[in-house]
Design a binder for this molecule. Structure first.
Ligand code: PEP
Length: 249
């Protein structure tokens, strides 16, 4: 069985003052009934991890380099994320694929580096609106899964997030039928490639404009094991309502 996970992606948001949101989350959810993860900007990762200590919320980064160290100005390695207290790293987010030209091959190499360093990789896939309108969604998601995920993963070191690019930060979400179609497809592809035990143990997150008002409906979908949440993860009250919906699903 895949673990339920509510994951927050703070993107390029957050300074010291934002850690008050973490204090509020810890106070509200001392023992959440699902996994809870926050991926702050790299500048806050160590501070946030220390603040949480052995608490109920895991932390992670939003990207890592594929190499362990070296002359890569501005980058951070998977080992550095571990050293800063992170346990997860988001890889292949559409904003990285678009802004930084990350290909499936690059995401694959980063995923190997992350897993090799003992992190859980949250690999993101998803189609643009043009690709959806052209009827290419499943082909695209299938090739992103095949290309971005290395061999030998397990349910303990891989999470997959389906994030339609057109739903990220737009307030638009797919229909439940569209989410069902893609999540069932992803589950089938993972089972086909990695076997039933591993394929069924990988958590499949939906991401794209998840909010307190739509979370329960999305979490009721069979192969949705949680969410990757951007904007609504910045405030403890909103993210808390999403955690509530996941716990109760
Ligand atoms: C994201 O950044 O992964 C995301 C899903 O953003 P939002 O929830 O703001 O659409």
């Amino acid at each position: 069985m895949a673990q339920k996970l509510a994951a927050g992606n703070w993107k390029m948001n957050g300074t010291e003052a934002s850690l008050a949101e973490i204090d509020a989350m810890i106070a509200a959810y001392p023992e959440p009934g699902c996994g809870v993860l926050i991926c702050p900007p790299a500048t806050l990762l160590e501070r946030m991890s220390r603040r949480i200590g052995r608490g109920p919320i895991a932390t992670g980064a939003q990207d890592c380099h594929m190499n362990a160290k070296g002359a890569h100005t501005g980058d951070i390695s998977a080992e550095m994320i571990r050293d800063a207290g992170g346990a997860y790293v988001i890889l292949g987010h559409s904003e990285r694929r678009t802004d930084h030209g990350e290909t499936n091959e690059i995401v694959n190499a980063k995923t190997q580096a992350a897993i090799g360093a003992g992190l859980v990789a949250v690999v993101c896939v998803g189609e643009t609106l043009d690709e959806r309108d052209a009827g290419e969604t499943l082909d695209l998601v299938g090739s992103q899964l095949a290309g971005s995920i290395p061999d030998g993963v397990t349910g303990d070191n891989l999470v997959v997030a389906y994030e339609p690019v057109w739903a990220i930060g737009t307030g638009r979400i797919p229909t439940m039928e569209q989410i069902i179609e893609v999540h069932d497809f992803m589950r089938a592809r993972l089972v086909e490639r990695f076997g039933a035990e591993t394929g069924n143990a990988v958590s499949l997150l939906y991401g794209g404009s998840v909010k307190p008002s739509n979370a329960a409906e999305i979490f009721a979908v069979e192969n949705v094991d949680g969410a990757l949440v951007g904007g609504a993860s910045l405030k403890a009250a909103d993210f808390g309502a999403i955690i509530d919906a996941l716990q109760n699903s």
